[in-house]
Design a binder for this molecule. Structure first.
Ligand code: NAD
Ligand code: UFG
Length: 348
């Protein structure tokens, strides 16, 4: 990877904030393969530059990596002065729900203040196309399924509130200047890994999320899974979620960029498959994919968890021309390839 190289003039150029992270690194692969020139800005607070080296191996293309923080105005000025971006895809942020309860200010600073700094820099350099990583968590505890974009919002933890705050800021920004092109994408549960097994999710601590927890049990890093609640109103009593392959998810970002290119607008789309799977469904599918039993025990419900959450993906299909392609079997197979080839993630 080169540091601060001069951009190739003809290709459209993307700034990918948080591009070294789990979803961002997959976005780098698909963007490079789709013909974009890619600049990554990441402070490496939750990632390794090894992911970007792997992106270059997979694609046989180079990207530009800038180590820096989206809250650093001087760094942003330098980055935006040096490059002529066509769009920004903004993944940089903190995402641990539990930590956001104990350290809310850290979350507002990173996710809200950080996004404000980025938006200021974009406005100043007349880069007005943005795809923002929002989350299904902005729907709070919806009573009806599947979840549509016009459902009421109401996040229940500081992390979710930072996402909602940014959505509100983006609405106000667009209202003040309708020449912006802003796509807010509400992700359901991203899982999976690139088919090469070279990049994937690499939690720095004990995973909070189900899929990385299950895969670490399968590979022997963790002893057993605790299933948080088996008395929900679902087909087997365990929580139901809409798991979406990370490659499908990032393809949705490329479609959103195409959609934004058609006209200035502010849009919001769910990125999910529309199918819900329970915790036990995931355990079973992962056992099959890995050929390894996943020991588990039943545990009390986790505070703040909904019984069910799955998307109505119709708006993304109709407007973006996007639907998820990969099924649960493929999601588990790809997670297992990454995890079994890299039992300790990037830190080997
Ligand atoms: P991740 O932690 O793997 O990636 C985030 C990246 O941003 C990391 O590389 C981190 O080092 C970087 N970063 C954090 N703060 C930064 C800052 N101030 N300046 C520069 N870089 C910074 O997380 P991910 O799973 O890839 O998530 C990407 C985005 O998608 C996040 O905004 C997250 O909130 C959102 N999202 C994720 C999920 C999920 O389940 N993974 C669900 C919904 C939304
Ligand atoms: N679960 C367990 N045991 C675990 C971890 C999870 O039983 O060790 C269960 C949960 O109770 C839930 C399901 O597995 O029923 C999925 O839990 P995750 O933590 O993987 O995902 P969530 O849906 O709770 O949360 C995720 C992201 C949030 C995001 C939300 C909505 O972590 O950041 O999706 O997009 F806000």
């Amino acid at each position: 990877m080169t540091k601060e190289k001069t951009p190739t003039p003809k290709k459209p150029q993307l700034l990918i904030t948080g591009g070294a992270g789990y979803i961002g690194s997959h976005m780098c692969v698909e963007s490079l393969q789709a013909g974009y020139d890619v600049v990554v800005l990441d402070n490496l607070s939750n990632s390794s530059p090894k992911s970007l080296a792997a992106v270059e191996r997979i694609t046989q293309k180079q990207l530009t990596f800038i180590e820096g923080d989206i809250r650093d105005d001087a760094k942003l000025k330098e980055v935006f002065s040096k490059h002529q971006f066509d769009a920004v895809v903004h993944f940089a942020g903190l995402k641990a729900v539990g930590e956001s309860n104990s350290e809310p200010l850290k979350y507002y600073d990173n996710n809200v203040h950080g996004t404000l700094r980025l938006l200021e820099a974009m406005a100043e350099h007349d880069v007005k196309t943005l795809v923002f990583s929002s989350s299904a968590t902005v729907y709070g505890m919806p009573e009806q399924m599947p979840i549509r974009e016009d459902f009421p919002t109401g996040a229940i933890n500081p992390y979710g509130k930072t996402k909602l705050n940014v959505e509100v800021i983006l609405q106000d920004l667009y209202a003040s200047d309708p020449s912006w092109r802003i796509g807010m994408l509400r992700y359901f549960n991203p899982v999976g890994a690139h088919a090469s097994g070279e990049i994937g999710e690499d939690p720095s601590d004990i995973p909070n999320n189900l899929m990385p927890y299950v895969s670490q049990v399968a590979v022997g890093r963790l002893k057993e899974l605790s299933i948080f609640g088996n008395d929900y109103d679902t087909h087997d009593g365990t929580g139901v979620r809409d798991y979406i392959h990370v490659v499908d998810l990032v393809q949705g970002h490329l479609k959103a960029l195409e959609f934004l290119a058609t006209k200035p607008q502010l849009s919001v789309h769910n990125l999910g498959t529309g199918t819900g799977y329970s915790v036990l469904d995931i355990v079973q599918a992962f056992e099959k994919a890995s050929g390894t039993p996943i020991p588990y025990k039943m545990a009390p419900r986790r505070e703040g968890d909904a019984a069910k959450s799955y998307a109505d993906p119709a708006k993304a299909k109709n407007e973006l021309g996007w639907t998820a392609q990969y099924d649960l079997e493929r999601m588990c197979a790809d997670v297992w390839r990454w995890q079994s080839q890299h039992p300790n993630g990037y830190s080997e």
